[in-house]
Design a binder for this molecule. Structure first.
Ligand SMILES: Cc1ncc(COP(=O)(O)O)c(C=O)c1O
Length: 330
């Protein structure tokens, strides 16, 4: 068992769920939530901050500032607390209320942006607010997760090597695209290894990252209303666009087996299930899960929130009969 002294030192890279009991076929889910920030974003946050400290961009008196509607904000709040920096997190009204409370609980400050940008989203307004804060305050440093190469390098150095160590002959890797840090890092690692695995990017319908039309999206984590600087389609084998209704259903299906995952995990798995349907049973597939569902109790796991945004999507939580489960596990 690891013993840590700093919150940031717990990085768990070797937990997988075999989803046969839920999907009826082999698919391994790499869980990125087992750290004190509760998500995959700890890796990007640590890598960006380490690099900024090494290069002298961040010094002892710096104030970290970032635009995040969720996990990166929490990860940076944790790192800032661990290393003794002030941290300002710019969020918007769509951020989960728990995010604000978690950031503030760890001593971070929150700036709420309420003005919609020209695309009808908030990302542009949040980025403008960050830029204004940095212009007005020379000690403020923006790590900029959308453009910072240390975001993808974290996954090149850690996530992808861990995955290949566990599944050396993996055939398909399914990765959700937000800033595309996880996707780019893993895809570049596999390409540089000349590995046979196909990298399948999963994005949400309504996201503009891969050239689609902007549209409403409700699940945080995946998709953008402004193309992230990090994205490079050339290193990805295929892009699968996934609608959020099936993602919500997938989350509820998983919850019915005791796996309470976040919305982006449901999106990636809904896409993976669809993609794998026509492939032989013996392909080895791995999907990456960015976080758990406890952050989304007031949204994804709240019946009225779901009913309002995804009418007709709810079904009673279905428990598998015991004899069915026992069959799965023999
Ligand atoms: C819940 C969740 N899923 C997926 C992602 C996407 O990861 P990336 O930004 O590496 O593309 C994020 C990023 O913040 C996230 O918080």
């Amino acid at each position: 068992m690891p013993i840590v002294t700093a919150a940031e030192d717990l990085v768990v890279d070797d937990v997988y769920v075999d989803l046969r009991s839920v999907l009826g076929r082999e698919l391994y889910l790499k869980c990125e939530n087992f750290n004190f920030a509760g998500s995959v974003k700890l890796k990007a946050a640590r890598s960006m901050l380490d690099d900024a400290e090494r290069s002298g961009v961040v010094t002892a008196d710096s104030v970290l500032v970032e635009s995040s509607s969720g996990n990166l904000g929490i990860a940076l709040a944790m790192l800032a607390a661990s290393r003794g920096y002030r941290f300002v997190c710019v969020i918007d009204p769509r951020a989960n209320p728990g995010v604000r409370r978690m950031v503030e609980s760890m001593g971070g400050e929150v700036v709420l942006v309420t003005q919609l940008d020209e695309t009808g989203g908030y990302l542009g307004s949040r980025i403008r607010a960050v830029q204004e804060l940095c212009e007005a305050n020379p000690d403020h440093v923006w790590l900029n997760q959308y453009a910072n190469p240390e975001n993808w390098r974290a996954h090149y150095r850690h996530t992808a090597p861990a995955l290949v160590r566990q599944f050396p002959s993996v055939d398909y890797v399914f990765i959700g695209a937000g800033t595309t840090g996880t996707l780019m890092g893993c895809a570049r690692y596999l390409r540089d290894l000349a590995h046979k695995a196909k990298v399948i990017a999963v994005d949400t319908v309504g996201s503009v990252t891969f050239g689609g039309a902007a549209g409403p999206r409700f699940l945080p984590g995946l998709g953008t209303s402004r193309r992230p600087e990090l994205v490079d389609e050339a290193v990805v084998d295929e892009v699968v666009m996934q609608d959020e209704r099936a993602a919500v259903r997938m989350c509820h299906r998983l919850a019915g087996r005791g796996f309470l995952f976040g919305g982006s995990t449901g999106t990636v798995l809904a896409a993976a299930e669809r993609y794998l349907k026509d492939l032989p049973d013996d392909v080895t597939a791995v999907a990456i899960s960015p976080d758990l569902g406890d952050r989304y109790l007031d949204t994804l796991y709240d019946r009225s929130w779901v009913e309002e945004r995804f009418p007709g999507c709810l079904s009673p939580l279905r428990r598998a009969p015991r004899h069915e489960l026992q069959k799965t596990f023999v």
